[in-house]
Design a protein around this ligand. Structure first.
Ligand SMILES: *Cc1c(COP(=O)(O)O)cnc(C)c1O
Length: 382
């Protein structure tokens, strides 16, 4: 089975082996009866393993080309487990525009246990190559990035990292495995906030991690069980259910987002549009090479920066909310909402202006979405 449209439905463990149930049941249990002393069955205790979670873990591994998957109580819990592979004194190269919560975890939590890091613009390969120290153990990035939709060349970055004996860790939340498979391009570990497109319905917080390295799988599995931030069976079921329609949703998100980006690009009230599907986008050629389509996220700046508040409050179908990746369209202002935890000086240097607006384009009818944007833009200029 190679086609992802089939894999999202039949991949991993898709049916229940004990009852034949077509939907893997929610095994709401903390522990499991043992046949005899010292002879546990396949599962012993639900932090270490649960059949519903296991089905989801097998599925993400299957979709990304990994050998084993790991489900966590949130995206950040997964990132924390992966970063816990490293020790005091180890150095990480962190992309300068990672998710605000990832930056905070590195800057405020991992540094307390002795990890060091540098924020680097990874589209500058010379700056990247110069950032390695003898202690560098990994490079960590997102592509497309958040909120500027910067595209990074996964194959090239992985190759450079490998030459320095460093791991490549890719947060694939924005693309999902349907649009992009970093492990197949040379990355070592793929991470997801499954809260976003994988869940897809804004009803669950979850994290997924996978790798194709036996050694890394062993380490991450040990840390998942030792730290213990595992995903519960109900939420595991919700994410697996969400993934069944991932291909349908990502096609619809991408088609709507492309039309909205093109519309905004033509609109005189809009100063700048960030969408990797546009010809003028800096990373367009790389995106074409490593992605099936360009995804559902669009960011832009208004000519009239002071109109941001009025614009986002005037929208009807784009709900003003953090998060992304659900079937419904959302709008947010990164400087005030998702990226407020990044200090203003750093935000400015990486290009996240106070007037930047980010859309998570949903799967509603495109005519309604365009009409909504139009009336809000008119209100700003009135
Ligand atoms: C949301 C998000 C995270 C964090 O995930 P949670 O599920 O909120 O913990 C990490 N990376 C990216 C790119 C995200 O969008």
């Amino acid at each position: 089975m190679t086609n992802l449209k089939t894999k999202v439905i039949h991949g991993g463990i898709a049916t229940d082996s004990t009852t034949g149930a077509v939907s893997v049941p929610i095994y709401q249990t903390s522990t499991y009866q043992q046949d005899a002393l010292g002879q546990p069955k396949a599962y012993e205790y639900s932090r270490s393993g649960n059949p519903t979670r296991h089905a989801l873990e097998r599925l993400i591994a299957d979709l990304e080309g990994g050998i084993q998957g790991f489900a966590f109580g949130s995206g950040l819990a997964g990132i924390h487990a992966v970063l816990s592979m490293f020790s005091a004194g180890d150095h990480i190269i962190l992309a300068d525009d990672v998710y605000g919560g990832t930056f905070r975890l590195m800057d405020k939590v991992m540094t307390k246990v002795g990890l060091t890091y540098d924020l680097i613009d990874l589209s500058d390969l010379e700056a990247f190559s110069n950032a390695f120290t003898p202690q560098t153990k990994a490079v960590y990035f997102e592509t497309p990035s958040n909120p500027l939709l910067k595209i990074l060349d996964i194959a090239t970055i992985s190759k450079i990292a490998k030459a320095h004996h460093a791991l490549t860790l890719v947060d694939n939340t924005f693309a999902t495995p349907y649009l992009q498979q970093p492990l197949l391009l040379g990355a070592d570990v793929v991470l997801h906030s499954a809260t976003k497109y994988l869940g897809g319905h804004s009803d669950v917080v979850a994290g997924l991690v996978t790798t194709h390295s036996q050694e890394l799988a062993q380490q991450i599995g040990f840390l998942q069980n030792s730290i213990g931030a595992v995903l519960g069976p109900q939420d595991s079921w919700l994410v697996q259910r969400g993934i069944k329609t991932l291909a349908l949703r990502m096609d619809a998100h991408s088609a709507n987002a492309f039309k909205i980006a093109s519309y905004l690009e033509e609109n005189l009230a809009v100063a700048k549009v960030y969408y990797p599907g546009l010809d003028q986008h800096l990373g367009h050629a790389i995106a074409q090479k490593q992605m099936r389509d360009f995804g559902g996220m669009v960011s832009f700046e208004l000519v009239n920066e002071a109109g941001v508040k009025r614009f986002v409050e005037k929208l009807k179908y784009f709900t003003l909310a953090e998060s992304l990746g659900g079937v419904e369209s959302l709008v947010e202002v990164p400087a005030i909402m998702t990226h407020a935890s990044i200090p203003k000086e750093i935000r400015e240097t990486i290009g996240i202006k106070d007037g930047l607006i980010r859309l998570s384009v949903g799967v509603e009818d495109i005519a309604d979405l365009l009409e909504d944007l139009q009336q809000a833009l008119e209100a700003v200029n009135a």
